[in-house]
Design a protein around this ligand. Structure first.
Ligand code: NAP
Length: 482
């Protein structure tokens, strides 16, 4: 059986413990490879390689660094089919999605930061009269840790690694143990692109073991983490007394607010995506749908009709819209929320059942589910489910929907559908979220700040925000005589 090895100092290696974890193909429900179950020993080896590589990498010219990152981007593009197939097999997502979104975006992440670093500059402040000149020096931090989740595996893994490397750091990174395959393949791509040994080290294993060892390592000075809010809390608690720099991109329970004056057809088709793309396993999915009362009944009928047409099945079949959920425990968690919704008085308008797919009887499939709720305070509407499940309910006024939209502990993203520019501005300003999409969804310009407020995270990724996170700024004040 194929083994997913650690990538340390430019070479693949087995874990020190010789312990291995099972890696499942969720579309079939079978183990198809073994993953290195790494411990603090492996993380320390990765750290030592990264430490050794840092002086030279941090002193490469910007052009040289940029060229290597661009080469990684090109090689990801050249290996699109292979990587997309690996991602789909590992995660259960439709192959079409991996090919059109995940892998192209992983390549764009490298390409973007290869360019961004050439434009990254710092400020100078001349204190006229005092005869001093201040300038800000932005220096790489050293060895940094990057930890990413399973929902968009290579996409989010590279979203952290690319800016960290571009800024001159060396990296110890861990993908989710649930979806390690494309991160494993990335090691080889980096070697082929000429990334010097030790600059990027990829460790596999569980969160509480390998992940925690990265967070607790005394000399890994910054942690960029994307994952659940509860894990973010654990990481913050460990990192705070060590005064580590932390970027936390956490969970969401995002509102999708639909006003009657929107472009209805466009809203309807995008709302299908924002509800169920990647089986609803995107932190930015609009899982709470609020619809203005005058169009609520029409929306309910049209939306449910469209949802019922979505094709659930083998991710490798080109017509599949909804693939498998990522794992059995995750499937059971999502199903438990559907049960909870029923107990709470929610009405299942469509879906709610596990699906048996011919030829893949043990796969983790679930119908896309729409739940009509009466009370937006119910747990189904407050807690992150992270599956193909949305709630819908009507609202009457802008003020009312703002209260409902903001009445959750999360604040990652929000979507508004309206053709009224005044309302767009009023609501966008009052929505408690780090990202607001108006008449669109998941429309990303990589230069923009990305991240959440409230329990959805701390800090921002994207563009120069990410390069700022991965550097320490130092003010140098020079006194001169006239
Ligand atoms: P998770 O369980 O929090 O895991 C995320 C990563 O952290 C994985 O690599 C995990 O390893 C690792 N980890 C777990 N416990 C750890 C610990 N004690 N110390 C260090 N690392 C640890 O999240 P997930 O289930 O993979 O992903 C789903 C969550 O991510 C959802 O809440 C979703 O909203 C959120 N998310 C947020 C964003 C965003 O940009 N805000 C984007 C995508 C996803 P193992 O998996 O190997 O245990």
């Amino acid at each position: 059986m194929k083994k997913i090895l650690n990538y340390i100092d430019g070479s693949y290696c087995e874990p020190f413990s010789q312990d291995w974890l099972d890696n499942y193909n969720p579309s079939k429900g079978v183990v198809y490879s073994k993953i290195a179950s790494s411990s603090s020993v492996d993380v320390d080896n990765a750290y030592l390689a990264a430490k050794k590589a840092f002086p030279s990498w941090s002193n490469t010219t910007i052009n040289e660094r940029s060229a290597i990152l661009s080469k990684i981007a090109d090689l990801i593009e050249d290996n699109l089919d292979k990587l997309a197939e690996a991602e789909s097999l590992d995660n259960g997502k439709p192959l079409s999605l991996a090919k059109s979104v995940d892998i192209p975006r992983a390549s764009s992440n490298f390409k973007f930061f290869a360019h961004a670093i050439t434009q990254f500059s710092s400020e100078a402040h001349e204190s006229i009269g005092l005869n001093t000149m201040n300038f800000t020096l932005r220096q790489p931090i050293g060895v940094v840790g990057c930890i990413s989740p399973w929902n968009l595996p290579l996409y989010l893994f590279t979203w952290k690694i690319a800016p960290a490397l571009a800024a001159g750091n060396t990296v110890v990174a861990k993908p989710s143990e649930v979806t390690p395959m494309t991160a494993f393949l990335l090691g080889d791509i980096c070697s082929k692109a000429g990334l010097p040994n030790g600059v990027l080290n990829i460790i596999h294993g569980t969160g509480p073991s390998a992940g925690q060892a990265i967070v607790e390592h005394p000399n890994i000075k910054a942690i960029s983490f994307t994952g659940g809010t509860k894990t973010g809390e654990v990481i913050a608690r460990k990192a705070a007394p060590m005064f580590k720099k932390l970027s936390l991109e956490l969970g969401g329970k995002n509102p999708n607010i639909i006003f009657a004056d929107c472009n209805y057809e466009k809203m309807l088709s995008v709302t299908i995506k924002s509800s169920f793309a990647n089986q609803g396993q995107i932190c930015l999915c609009g899982s709470r749908i609020f619809v203005e009362k005058s169009i609520y009944l029409k929306f309910k009928k049209d939306f449910v009709t469209k949802v019922r047409k979505l094709k659930i099945g083998d991710p490798f079949v080109s017509t599949t819209n909804i693939g498998a959920l990522v794992s059995k425990p995750h499937l059971e968690k999502v199903v438990s929320y559907i049960d909870l919704a029923k107990e709470e008085g929610g009405k299942i308008l469509t879906g709610g059942n596990k699906v048996t797919v011919n030829g893949s009887e043990n796969g983790y499939y679930l119908e896309p589910t729409v739940i009509e709720i009466q009370n937006q305070q119910c747990r189904t509407n407050q807690e992150e489910i992270f599956g193909p499940v949305v709630t819908i309910m009507p609202f009457e006024t802008e003020e009312e929907v703002l209260v409902m939209a903001n009445n959750v502990k999360y604040g990652l993203s929000a979507t508004l559908w309206t053709s009224n520019i005044d309302r767009t501005m009023r609501v966008s300003k009052k929505i408690e979220a780090g990202i607001v999409w108006v008449n669109t969804w998941l429309n990303r310009d990589l230069r923009t700040p990305f991240g959440g407020i409230k329990n959805s995270g701390v800090g921002r990724e994207g563009g120069f925000e990410a390069l700022k996170f991965f550097t320490e700024s130092k003010n140098i004040c020079i006194k001169y005589d006239n």
